[in-house]
Design a protein around this ligand. Structure first.
Ligand code: ATP
Ligand code: MN
Length: 481
């Protein structure tokens, strides 16, 4: 008999004579009540075993983690907590699970322990919920852009341009590690390497996406991105997924509008389509926060926080205004910041970003018009800025509890200004000849941004560590699984 998903059984509108469910045992109580989960929903279905007519040997094999199939009648449940349950008529053990050895015991495990068992942690309520929410969010990303007529572009994962400057790169090579071919002056001879040149894993698909925006108008990427940054933080992965829209004829204001509309759309989509999972994750967060001192607990519960973001405009604040706020702030005056803000031009650290978002504005913030010196070469130089105080049309979106979730800009569309900037930074023109062609042939105002998908998933699920919102995290010293 075909089996029915647990989710559909629980959502049934009537009792059913005979149904089959397949899944994994979460718990087995009183030799009678199986809580069965198949991953289709956070909820388990209760399967009531007729233990008097079930062989003792079979009952013993109904253990946490075992895969089973049950067939029986779907009846209204007498017990609290569920509308329907299965009165089991036939039970088959599909795969045993040694209760002594199965690591996912029906008790609370630390997140650290679960990370070490990333292949099994998805069998817990929390990780099942997180991964379903992640999946729904990625669908919403495509839905949003596709509905608006954006073209999905797959930019290369192995790249030959080393001028992007977005972060430390992983090198890609097919050369042997020992006996590496060398040039006469002793350097590694990449001419003999697979691609005949030095290559890396991409840190961003932006430059390639820009070339496509200059033909297709509105494009987006959604793919893996790699950064060999040795920052062991709860916000950085060595391998993460980035969404990078790029739009011809959009200026910085349009870019901000797009980013805000997009983020709200995908969050709303998750709120509307992941109600059970988000409710569970809200409870998990409340529980976790009980162990924190009052001052460190969030002011809002998870769903309230998500709705707050949906209902309020992101605050748009220029870098210059932000510096003034930070200079006058209590933590700056009392020297509580690790990096004190003394003058215009300072790069903002996450402590500053978090102060602005969490303490000052208490809302998502879009910071824009940053000093040119601290931003990438391709960002549009603002007209009419004082010498020494040049700014570029950059924007970062900062989120409570997350910090930077989006980094973007209007791009420098003027060939001469772009080349001059590259010269100053020592970026070879030959290296980016193809990129410069976009400015040579039919250049136009255009803008885009990058959103780190895992940071979005962090925010929506209320989790605190980025390692817990991607199935198999890649971080310094960790590439297990
Ligand atoms: P941060 O200052 O947080 O390191 P960044 O300035 O290096 O970020 P960008 O180069 O602008 O970030 O990348 C765009 C987006 O990609 C960021 O806003 C963030 O959401 C995400 N991101 C960047 N680096 C990482 C990482 N190592 N792991 C996960 N997401 C990242
Ligand atoms: Mn970074």
């Amino acid at each position: 008999m075909r089996h029915t998903k647990v989710k559909d059984l629980l959502n049934s509108t009537k009792t059913l004579q005979e149904v089959t469910a397949k899944g994994w045992v979460r718990t087995f109580r009183n030799n009678q009540f199986i809580a069965l989960n198949d991953g289709s929903t956070i909820h388990n279905i209760q399967c009531v075993v007729d233990f008097e007519n079930t062989p003792e040997a079979t009952l013993k094999r109904i253990t946490t983690g075992a895969a089973i199939a049950v067939t029986g009648e779907l009846v209204e449940s007498q017990g609290a907590g569920q509308k329907y349950e299965i009165q089991v008529k036939k039970l088959e053990i599909l795969g045993d699970s040694d209760a002594e050895k199965f690591p996912m015991q029906p008790k609370k495990h630390s997140l650290e322990f679960l990370r070490e068992n990333a292949h099994l942690r998805v069998r817990t309520n929390a990780f099942g919920a997180i991964m379903r929410v992640r999946s729904v969010l990625s669908f919403a990303v495509h839905q949003y852009f596709q509905q608006k007529g954006f073209v999905y572009v797959n930019t290369p994962i192995i790249t030959g341009s080393d001028a992007e400057g977005a972060g430390e790169m992983f090198q890609v090579s097919a050369l042997p590690f020992d006996n590496t071919p060398r040039t006469e002056d002793g350097k590694i001879d990449f001419k003999q390497d697979f691609f005949g040149k030095q290559t890396n894993l991409t840190v961003s698909g932006q430059l390639e996406a820009e070339t496509y925006a200059m033909a297709l108008g509105q494009v987006y990427t959604f793919g893996p991105t790699f950064r060999a940054e040795n920052s062991n933080t709860s916000r950085h992965l060595a391998e993460f997924w980035m969404i990078e829209p790029e739009v011809a004829f959009n200026d910085l204001a349009d870019n901000m509008d797009l980013a805000e509309d997009f983020i709200k759309y995908v969050i709303k989509y998750a709120v509307d389509n992941c109600a059970d999972d988000l409710k569970f994750l809200e409870g998990r967060l409340l529980d976790e926060e009980k162990s924190k001192p009052q001052a460190e607990r969030s002011e809002m519960a998870l769903l309230e926080k998500l709705n707050f973001v949906l209902e309020n405009n992101f605050k748009r604040v220029s870098y210059t205004e932000a510096i003034d706020i930070l200079k006058d702030s209590t933590p700056n005056k009392k020297k509580k910041f690790q990096y004190l803000i003394e003058e215009w031009g300072a790069d903002l650290q996450s402590e500053h970003e978090r102060f602005l978002v969490e303490k000052h504005f208490k809302s998502p913030v879009i910071l824009f018009d940053y000093p040119a010196k601290i931003k990438a070469f391709y960002m549009r130089l603002n007209d009419n800025t004082e010498p020494g105080k040049e700014t570029v049309r950059a924007m970062d979106i900062l989120f409570p509890g997350i910090g930077e979730i989006v980094g973007g800009s209007q791009r420098e569309e003027r060939l001469d200004v772009l080349i001059e900037k590259m010269k100053v930074l020592g970026i070879e023109e030959e290296e980016l000849w193809w990129y410069l062609d976009t400015r040579r042939f039919g250049t136009a105002v255009h803008s885009g941004f990058g959103l780190g998908f895992e940071r979005l998933v962090l925010f929506v699920t209320g989790m605190g560590n980025i390692r817990d919102v991607i199935p198999f995290p890649r971080t310094p010293q960790n590439a297990e699984f």
